[in-house]
Design a protein around this ligand. Sequence first.
Ligand SMILES: NC(=O)c1ccc[n+]([C@@H]2O[C@H](COP(=O)([O-])OP(=O)(O)OC[C@H]3O[C@@H](n4cnc5c(N)ncnc54)[C@H](O)[C@@H]3O)[C@@H](O)[C@H]2O)c1
Length: 364
Amino acid sequence: MKTMKVHMENRTSRSYEIHIGEGILDRMAMILAKNRWAGRYVIVTDSRIDSLHGERVQATLEKCDLPCERIVVEPGEAAKEIGTVLTVTEQLTALGADRQTALIALGGGVIGDLTGFAASLYMRGIGVVQVPTTLLAQVDSSIGGKTAVDTKAGKNLLGSFHQPKGVFIDIAFLRTLPDETFRSGLAEVIKYGAIEAPGLLEEMESAAGAGTLRETAFLETIITASCRIKKGIVELDEKDLGLRRILNFGHTVGHAVEAASDYRLSHGEAVAIGMVAAAGIAEQMHHLPAEDAARISAVIRAVGLPIGIPKGMDAGEILARIAMDKKREGRKVPFVLLKKLGVPFVNGGIPEEILRKTLEGMRT
Ligand SMILES: NC(=O)c1ccc[n+]([C@@H]2O[C@H](COP(=O)([O-])OP(=O)(O)OC[C@H]3O[C@@H](n4cnc5c(N)ncnc54)[C@H](O)[C@@H]3O)[C@@H](O)[C@H]2O)c1
């Protein structure tokens, strides 16, 4: 098992460790028992993950004499809303949960965000332990303390920063993950490669060629590399005031394309298209060498993610959605671009004609 520490500024008590390995649940239970973060634990998970892994995780904690219960919600993004938070907190009250209770977020990004948010509110804040079960959650959402739920007006509009007590990444969970969900997580790993570790892109392209993308050794390599990058960025910019924005590489066009597809495209597919677009824009604005842009498209294609705008999707609609981006500043939408692979920067706004030309050029 590998361990790395996330150092939060000026507050040793909020710093925490990320543990990564295969079959690490027993060791997780021992660490929880030793650290005494809570007198009892409540696992929050969704019904799909619960049927695959819920009982086993609960039993592992109980074996270490840690009192433990489970709360199960519906799977999917639709459950990431305030009504589910209220249901979870009502169930916590019914279970007699108090400030000595901590939550365990057992699931993908939806469960991680929802559970973290509920933990940040319940009795003015209780502990949460992140146990991510999707690749996206293992490389991205479980680290950094961002929690949120969606509202009718948009995604992640209601949320808080609530750092976890610890993050336990068990690669074994990924064995039951459907291919499409797995690929979605790969898009975020490609993002890390593009913004900070070009060597990762090479490794991914050759693993895709060799058919070893889902092998444990490879997964451990890319998850460890991704966590190291995410933790480094979060340590410098916990509250998303500057540097953390570079994690949005590919996400501005990505979010617009995801919404324009009525969420038929997965988040990872949309981010993949968004990264190709951002690379294309950077190339046209003379920042990014053509071969770097080509590398990004090549690795995206190699892992089975899309590089073009789907047929029938209107560029005008994508542009309109980009203009409404939640990260806009006044009338401008900041864009994360690359000077070269591994060197990202935030551009204050892209001329509409360059955006339109790039999107039109990406038609399939
Ligand atoms: N907080 C952050 O910093 C951050 C960062 C990125 C994304 N997010 C959020 O993450 C969410 C997306 O997360 P996601 O992609 O993990 O999707 P998800 O949480 O919806 O999980 C996808 C599906 O996979 C199933 N699943 C999960 N683990 C499984 C396993 N091991 N085996 C079989 N099935 C499994 C789930 O039941 C679900 O149906 C979005 O809401 C997004 O806003 C948050």
